[in-house]
Design a protein around this ligand. Structure first.
Ligand code: HEM
Length: 494
């Protein structure tokens, strides 16, 4: 049939039928468009349009938490916020989380959203390399953090803690964040960067680390290369740290002796499937050491601090932790090794609950390389479009009352039978992330924090002089605001 004949026939139809036909054609073409533009068809999450172009940005600039609170109440577990030319989809809670955490990197990619770290870590490592190289580099990190290695790090944690607290007066006032920031870098220096740096270059390295850290600000996430004074200091610190690590690596390579630290594991590592199977370069080792320092420093000091504040504000849990130390000391004396630490369940539950209430990472992110479906707890299915930045929030997910009962209450026994609130739905507890990119340092962090708190519980009494502090949402890694704590030296008797 010729087109002109078809057109003539259509005009002969009544107007109502013509309009219905036009609507049908429009509907079908929209459907086709959706089908072709989206590999996985379906309804996209609701979009909070706001003021065109800048609406989401204005809301976001007041902080991701108020934004999530408002939009979760309005839209539920999945919603999209346009941020300038980008779209960010928030997935709130465990029901919509599996793809986010479990998908392979070719589907949910980290490098595009985390590449602001490149000038801090240096070139050639982590988010500056493609996924095949990164997975080999992470294999070395996993080796360095495996159980047998962790066992050898515990004496270093204990040594650093005892030495640090031996310098305290009999009584005084401290801020836990300041205390733990120092302790964590001391313990990390010894176990991660090695004896040489801890013993002869610690102050210099700690100062350079400070400059690097200060060079990572919220603005750096969007413009990591903006020519500012703090970015210039960051770049100088990165170069200076690389030079220091290079010297240590050269002398280690020249010596036959092997040390028990993460630096040694990295020196002895080789690629398997890329770069012709060559050994690690000095630059790669330095970059990975910096990346690991960054992964563990604030996260562990923040979590150690909240553990203290929460236990002190809930005296039954402080007493339970002390009681546990008494039992452990009665059985093992002063010894603190990995098996002894692993037996401290009460302290473990306290750390876990402190981390639930205040995870240091408010948001973790990926770039959706493909569209994917999510189904909410009430059975609604949405398709997150390809190209969206996708964010999950441990902070928000940990306060959902349908997952954690009375979520604003500190209740470390919620993980014990019969409650086990973290168990029914996978990925309910994501303080250390989950799935494919779950934290590699989780066991290291627990051992480190438990060692520090064991030494503190055994040697001091503490008293909160201020109320439990509010979280400081202005920093990159969210920690507690200032809070004064009085300490008194007092030996715990077994
Ligand atoms: C209490 C302390 C810590 C907390 C709360 C924490 C939290 C996290 C979280 C939430 C992630 C997932 C990020 C994402 O999904 O995008 C992560 C990843 C990671 N963490 Fe930790 N972390 C801690 C300590 C450490 C330490 C001490 C190390 C190393 C010594 C470490 C090394 C890593 C590494 C290498 C990854 C990346 C894993 C991957 O992408 O496959 N973390 N951490």
């Amino acid at each position: 049939m010729e087109l002109s004949v078809l057109s003539h026939d259509l005009h002969a139809l009544p107007l109502g039928t013509q309009l219905a036909g036009a609507a049908l054609v429009l509907f079908l073409s929209m459907l086709a468009l959706r089908l072709f533009s989206n590999a996985c068809p379906g309804k996209a999450p609701p979009v909070e349009e706001g003021i065109p172009f800048v609406g989401g940005l204005i809301k976001f600039s007041k902080g991701p938490l108020p934004l999530m609170t408002e939009l979760y109440a309005k839209h539920g577990e999945a919603f999209t916020v346009p941020l300038l030319h980008k779209k960010m989809t928030f997935l709130i809670g465990p029901h919509v989380a599996p793809h986010f955490y479990n998908a392979t990197d070719d589907k949910m990619s980290q490098s595009e959203v985390y590449d602001f770290n490149v000038p801090t870590f240096g070139r050639g490592v982590v988010y500056d390399v493609d996924q095949r190289v990164r997975s080999e580099q992470f294999r070395w990190v996993a080796n360095a953090l495996q159980t047998t290695k962790l066992r050898s790090y515990v004496p270093a944690f204990k040594l650093e803690a005892e030495e640090y607290f031996s310098k305290w007066e009999d009584e005084g006032v401290v801020d836990f964040m300041a205390v733990f920031s120092e302790l964590i870098i001391l313990t990390a220096s010894r176990t991660l960067l090695g004896r040489e740096i801890r013993e002869s270059m610690f102050r210099e390295v700690a100062d350079l680390y400070h400059d690097l850290d200060d060079g990572m600000r919220p603005i750096s996430v969007i413009f990591p290369y903006l020519p500012t004074a703090f970015h210039r200091k960051r770049d100088a610190a990165c170069a200076a740290l690389h030079a220091i690590f290079k010297k240590v690596i050269t002398s280690r390579r020249a010596s036959a002796a092997k040390e028990d630290d993460i630096l040694q594991v990295l020196i002895d590592s080789r690629y398997r499937n890329v770069y012709g199977g060559r050994a690690t370069t000095d630059n790669e080792i330095a970059g990975l050491l910096i990346a690991l320092l960054f992964a563990g420093q604030h996260t562990s000091s923040v979590t150690s601090s909240w553990t203290g504040y929460r236990m002190l504000a809930n005296p039954q849990w402080w007493k339970a932790a002390q009681e546990e130390q008494r039992h452990v000391m009665a059985a093992h004396g002063d010894a603190l090794d990995m098996d002894v630490l692993n037996g401290m369940n009460t302290l473990h539950l306290n750390i876990q609950e402190a981390l639930r209430m205040n995870p240091p990472l408010i948001m973790v992110m990926r770039l959706a390389k493909e569209a994917f479906p999510v189904t909410t707890s009430t059975g609604k299915t949405f398709v997150v479009p390809k190209g969206h930045i996708v964010a999950a929030s441990p902070t928000f997910a940990h306060r959902l009352p349908h997952i954690f009962k009375e979520p604003d209450e500190y209740q470390p026994d919620r993980y014990l039978p019969p409650r086990e609130e973290d168990k029914p739905v996978k990925l309910s507890y994501v303080g250390f992330g989950g799935g494919r990119h779950a934290c590699m340092g989780q066991n290291f962090a627990y051992l480190q924090i438990k060692t520090l708190w064991s030494v503190m519980l055994r040697n001091f009494d503490f008293e909160l002089l201020d109320p439990v502090p509010e979280p400081d949402y202005t920093s990159m890694v969210i920690g507690p605001k200032a809070c004064r704590v009085r300490y008194r030296r007092k030996k715990l008797v077994a």
